[in-house]
Design a protein around this ligand. Structure first.
Ligand code: ADP
Ligand code: ZN
Length: 751
């Protein structure tokens, strides 16, 4: 097998044609390499594909190019195959390196998906769809000094012109944003002769037009220096265990600097939500032009150009969410997974890969270093480091500069309840603390893991809740537009006038969501300025950044939000964090990871307090102040928590002591789904080397009009699970018409 041009045949994976490679002839003179994008005739049309292998001999039948050959001759020697030829190779450079292809083959096998699907998810859509070269953009420049005899400017035009001189112009669109003006106003200045507006070819970069002050490496603390030495000296991945504010990011940056000095590139994965300008700026300030950002909220053009900048080697440091693990950095020297426990690293559609695990595998395949960083590592990673020695362990035990960890107080909400009024939203200690905090001109963060106004809307007479017509979920009341909304499928309706069951005209919202907290804040602290951040308030593309920027600029006193605000945010003026209902995520009966998530959430949210000079306070409201998980989280006792929780998992034979996969069957007919699930479960149960639990209705039994049943599979290895799935489930994962089967290897949520 040859890897360069000169080969006679190419094996091609064709987009949207699952699970088969097709053989095409390589036309004389076409210099093909493995990993290149090609167009090939398929059936009657031209389609896009990728060269997976190059061979000199035509691979044995039957793997011929469909539509091109005559098939095997039953009566003698096969005829010389008449394979069709590759039509075009539009790009001179491969889209996938050999190493990436190896990674994608591993991923397809591990997660039991077709190779074409794996290839697809490794390329951003705008790249896959090709086209779109670097676009031309308008550049604004002041004309200095203004030529004599120009028409005079109005006062506002004059002020604008001076601003343009001060910032020395820039790209039209970002400049308009920066100076709060419109393109039309700038063009008028150009027509008057004060500025020039010209077309230039410029790559569309998300950092373009931002002015970032460069930073230099800080002298490391002893603990940081020791951690850096572990990272640089290890062949194993390093788990960097350090509380928020312990200086992990500085360690990452110095590891990157060393990697660049060795002539290799680096990838930094961050949870999507942490991809705020703040995080990106820290890397851009250190590495300047070498930084590329891959972010799903970027425009298509920006993503296209950033990807090509990386592939060309013009950008050597890539910052992005989980899909950035596939960034075409070559040679790759380092992958960092920040907040490695974050569940956002697992893709929730097929292929259901974990970017953290793919990162570890990619680093292994390419001989790169790997760093997993967290204040609350996943139990999988903690066991790999602390029990198995598969990972090296580096600790950053305290906050940099001696900033203290916040003082955490538990408040028993049951004691705060007033007779006849049920549970309050705010306990007295929290109200007092809020008043003191705001009175000093400091800021507070309030956390509640539930959006909307009230999570249930139920009949005051018979207790009947209103459920979604398409899902087995109750509707959440949104007071702002007086709607009931399904948080699963997005369906909404007006609240009914009468109970559909008993006809009583009394409906009332029950429970508390962020909108209701916002309303309640208005009652107790009428002058406080509140920013609410949840999925309902951050719909538009940039509003997330804008809300955080406003809070940072002290345009609000309180930031109130869901888990969106738990991660990676650093606000020096925040001295109080209130967790309104710490048990909310603890008592999910079917989710064995509930304690782990609750611990992480409390620890992460608490970590937002006291990050600057000012000391921080955390108030945790709970119904179970004696619960060991809540206690450990409030004491920031991660290692104690991990040891106890791992002991329980080991005793129950649960991950990380076993591999777990969740097979979900879904279809419109509940009986058909049940029968198919029970039949499949019996067949799984008969497989050796595998434990299959009986089929059960999924916790969300009905979602978007699909009935859902689940089978949990446990085995010592993922291979055993995938082998059983391949044996029992049909290749296209369709058991019967209309019946879908989803396999989730290393499932994080059973829902
Ligand atoms: P983490 O990533 O663990 O949350 P950061 O890297 O953000 O921690 O560090 C917290 C703060 O401490 C930042 O403001 C950072 O600039 C500062 N810092 C980090 N390392 C040092 C150091 N060696 N000397 C001085 N300040 C530091
Ligand atoms: Zn619904």
């Amino acid at each position: 097998m040859s890897e360069t041009s000169g080969a006679r045949f190419a094996q091609v994976a064709i987009e949207r044609v699952p699970d088969r490679l097709f053989t095409y002839a390589v036309p004389a003179g076409m210099a093909l390499r493995v990993g290149m994008r090609v167009t090939v005739p398929w059936r009657q049309i031209l389609r896009q594909g990728y060269v997976m292998a190059l061979t000199d001999a035509c691979p044995a039948l039957p793997a011929p190019a469909r539509g091109g050959d005559a098939g095997p001759d039953l009566f003698g020697a096969p005829p010389p195959p008449r394979v069709k030829a590759v039509a075009e190779a539009p790009d001179p450079v491969p889209y996938f390196s050999e190493a990436t292809l190896r990674l994608l083959r591993w991923m397809a096998a591990y997660y039991d998906v077709g190779l074409t699907l794996a290839l697809r998810c490794a390329l951003p859509a705008p790249v896959r769809e090709g086209g779109s070269r670097a676009r031309e953009r308008f550049v604004v420049a002041p004309i200095l000094p203004p030529p004599p005899h120009l028409p005079p400017l109005s006062k506002r035009q004059k002020a604008l012109y001076e601003e343009i001189v001060r910032v020395d112009g820039g790209l039209l669109a970002p400049l308009c944003k920066e100076l709060s003006t419109t393109p039309a106003t700038l063009r008028r200045l150009a027509a008057l002769g004060y500025v020039s507006v010209t077309l230039k070819e410029a790559p569309r970069s998300p950092l373009a037009g931002r002015r970032i002050l460069p930073t230099r490496p800080l002298p490391l603390t002893e603990a940081q220096a020791a951690a850096l030495a572990v990272i640089l000296g290890e062949r194993r991945p390093t788990l960097l265990f350090g509380v928020t504010g312990s200086g992990k990011t500085e360690v990452y940056m110095q590891a990157i600097a060393q990697t660049l000095a060795e002539g290799r590139g680096a990838i930094v994965l961050v949870p999507e939500i942490a991809l705020t300008p703040q995080t990106v700026n820290r890397f851009a300030a250190r590495f300047g032009e070498a930084v590329a950002v891959l972010h799903s909220a970027l425009g298509d053009g920006e993503r296209h150009d950033e990807w090509h900048r990386i592939r060309r080697g013009a950008a050597r440091v890539v910052v992005g969410p989980r899909s950035a693990v596939f960034a075409p950095v070559s040679p790759l020297g380092l992958i960092i997974v920040d907040e490695e426990h974050d569940t956002g690293y697992k893709q929730d559609e097929s292929p259901r890969y974990s970017a953290r695990d793919v990162a570890v595998m990619r680093a292994h395949l390419e001989g790169a270093r790997c760093v997993l960083g967290s204040a609350t590592p996943s139990l999988e990673s903690w066991r790999n480091a602390a029990e198995l020695g598969k990972y090296a362990l580096a600790r950053l035990p305290g906050r940099v500069g001696g900033a203290t960890l916040p003082d955490v107080a538990l408040v028993d909400l049951r004691e705060a309840a007033r007779p006849g009024q049920g549970l309050p939203i705010f306990s007295e200690p929290l109200v007092d603390a809020l008043k003191t905090c705001l009175g000093r001109g400091e800021q507070a963060i309030l956390f509640l893991n539930r959006r909307g106004y009230a999570p249930t809307y139920q009949c005051g007479a018979c207790g009947e809740p209103i459920a979604c017509a398409h899902c087995s979920a109750k509707l959440t009341y949104h007071a702002k537009d007086d709607t009931l909304r399904c948080h699963l499928c997005g369906a909404w309706r007006r609240p009914p006038d009468r109970c559909p069951r008993c006809g009583a005209p009394l409906f009332k919202p029950l429970g508390v969501g962020t909108q209701r907290v916002e309303a309640a804040l208005g009652a107790i602290l009428p002058r406080a300025r509140v920013i609410r951040m949840d999925a309902d308030s951050t719909g538009r593309r940039h509003s997330h950044d804008e809300l955080l920027a406003a809070f940072r600029a002290k345009e609000a006193d309180i930031l109130l939000g869901t888990q969106m605000i738990a991660k990676g945010l650093d606000f020096p003026n925040v001295t109080l964090v209130g967790i309104l209902a710490a048990d909310r995520s603890l008592n999910i009966p079917y989710d064995f990871r509930a304690p782990e998530r609750t611990f992480q959430l409390i620890a992460q949210v608490s970590g937002r307090a006291g990050r600057g000079e000012l000391p921080g306070r955390v108030i945790v409201q709970t119904l179970q102040p004696e619960h060991p998980v809540i206690r450990a989280a409030c004491a920031c006792a991660y290692e104690r928590f991990a040891a106890e929780e791992l002991a329980e998992r080991r005793a129950a034979g649960l991950p990380p002591y076993a591999k777990l996969a969740c097979v979900t069957l879904a279809g419109p007919d509940p009986e058909a789904v049940r029968r198919a699930a029970e039949a499949a479960a019996r067949r799984f149960a008969a497989c050796r080397g595998l434990e299959a639990l009986p089929a059960l209705p999924a916790p969300l039994e009905r979602k978007e009009d699909q009935w859902r049943w689940q089978i949990l599979l446990k085995a010592p290895s993922a291979q055993a699970i995938v082998a059983a799935c391949d044996h029992i489930l049909p290749r296209d994962k369709r058991l019967a018409p209309g019946l879908r089967v989803l396999v989730d290897v290393d499932a994080l949520f059973l829902a």
